[in-house]
Design a protein around this ligand. Structure first.
Ligand SMILES: *Cc1c(COP(=O)(O)O)cnc(C)c1O
Length: 367
């Protein structure tokens, strides 16, 4: 792990906030309960810290995407129920069994592969309208009577939960209801973060929150009530004076309108900070005029010109020198939310989180 002195940015993950967010979502899931989706290294925040903190708070069921993520999680949590969302292929069955990982089966092929395990637990995923993973509703109903595998969980996934009024939501709820009724005695889950917040557990036993645990916005246009989890600060490596009329960064795409003080920080797109968030000089700025901001002591400061691999430039002309001299600029935190940066970059908070690079000094704040 990079020490703070050696790194260009420091990333702080508030585990206490993640636990509070999980407890909130768990209450919203009543009379069901919440699991935790910790795929992609707990959305980039560090599964080794996040998963044990959630287990300690009472979370007993976890979802990952890949067998490798499951193996890592099993080493951290010997007791937890772990489902692997992306299914299986025959080469991996043995490792799944050895690590007591339960695959989420999404096709007859998956079911055929898992049949050979003679009773090891698994989940079945039903496609109710997203056309990503899952067996059809008809096939799921057949599987519910055939019972070829030891299915302990049946699930489906929303395509449009972030838009509660979308017509597809009700169709998916109804289609999944047809299936879950047939799997009597089998635990069921449907809601992701957005659905928990807008509709609760929808009568199912379990929910599967991801982004909301990590402080991200789940429902479009609804105030985000989750506690912020991530703070990312970039080290200022140089402060420079520049004259009106001069240009900034590659391509000379930003021309200074006034004599300016510029703070250069040592974070760039190689750290996963999106180049598309640049102040100018990227295609997105043809449609979305405003680039992103950083912040110093609660004051927003614009990012000027293009984000480069290891460096970027902020306008600190209006910031008191003593505050700039502290040497750090907030990239994400109390002033700049994940979703503000995501919007300026033409993406979603999920992608901001899961893109965090390996060069940051990472630390977690405990409960
Ligand atoms: C990623 C994922 C989730 C979590 O979704 P969020 O929107 O992050 O809450 C739940 N279920 C499935 C199947 C997923 O792939």
């Amino acid at each position: 792990m990079n020490s703070e002195h050696l790194a260009g940015g420091r990333l702080t993950v508030d585990l206490g906030a993640i636990v509070e967010n999980w407890k909130h979502l768990n209450r919203q899931s009543r009379p069901g309960k919440a699991s935790a989706v910790v795929k992609a290294n707990a959305y980039g925040l560090g599964i080794s810290e996040v998963a044990p903190a959630l287990a300690k708070a009472g979370c007993d069921t976890f979802f990952v995407a890949l067998p490798g993520e499951g193996v890592k999680l099993r080493a951290l949590l010997p007791e937890a129920t772990v489902y692997v969302l992306n299914g299986i292929h025959s080469d991996v069955s043995k490792i799944m069994i050895e690590n007591e990982l339960r695959p989420v089966l999404s096709s007859y092929e998956h079911v055929g592969t898992w049949k050979g395990t003679h009773g090891a637990p698994c989940a079945i995923q039903v496609d109710t309208g997203m056309n990503r993973l899952g067996v059809s509703v008809e096939d799921a109903i057949s599987l519910s009577s055939e019972r070829p595998v030891n299915c302990t969980h049946v699930m489906s996934h929303f395509a449009c939960a972030d838009t509660p009024a979308h017509w597809l939501n009700n169709q998916q709820i109804e289609q999944f209801q047809l299936v879950s009724e047939k799997f009597s005695g089998v635990e069921s889950s449907l809601s992701n973060s957005a659905a928990i917040i807008s509709k609760g557990a929808l009568g199912h036993d379990l929910t599967r929150p991801g982004i909301a645990l990590y402080g991200g916005e789940a429902v479009n246009g609804m105030a985000n009530l989750m506690q912020p989890v991530v703070s990312l600060e970039a080290r200022i490596v140089q402060v420079r004076e520049a004259k009106a009329g001069e240009t900034v960064s590659y391509g000379a795409t930003h021309t200074l309108k006034r004599d300016s003080r510029l703070a250069i920080v040592s974070v760039g797109y190689a750290d996963g900070y999106p180049r598309s968030a640049s102040g100018s000089g990227v295609p997105l700025r043809d449609t979305v005029q405003q680039g992103t901001f950083g912040a110093i002591r609660g004051h927003r400061i614009p990012l000027l010109g293009r984000v480069t691999m290891d460096l970027m430039c902020f306008d600190v002309t209006d910031i008191p020198t003593k505050d700039v001299d502290e040497g750090w600029i907030e990239l994400l935190g109390p002033t700049m939310s994940i979703d503000d940066v995501a919007r300026a970059a033409g993406t979603i908070g999920y992608e901001i989180l899961t893109s965090f690079g390996a060069r940051y000094a990472r630390r977690s704040r405990n409960l």
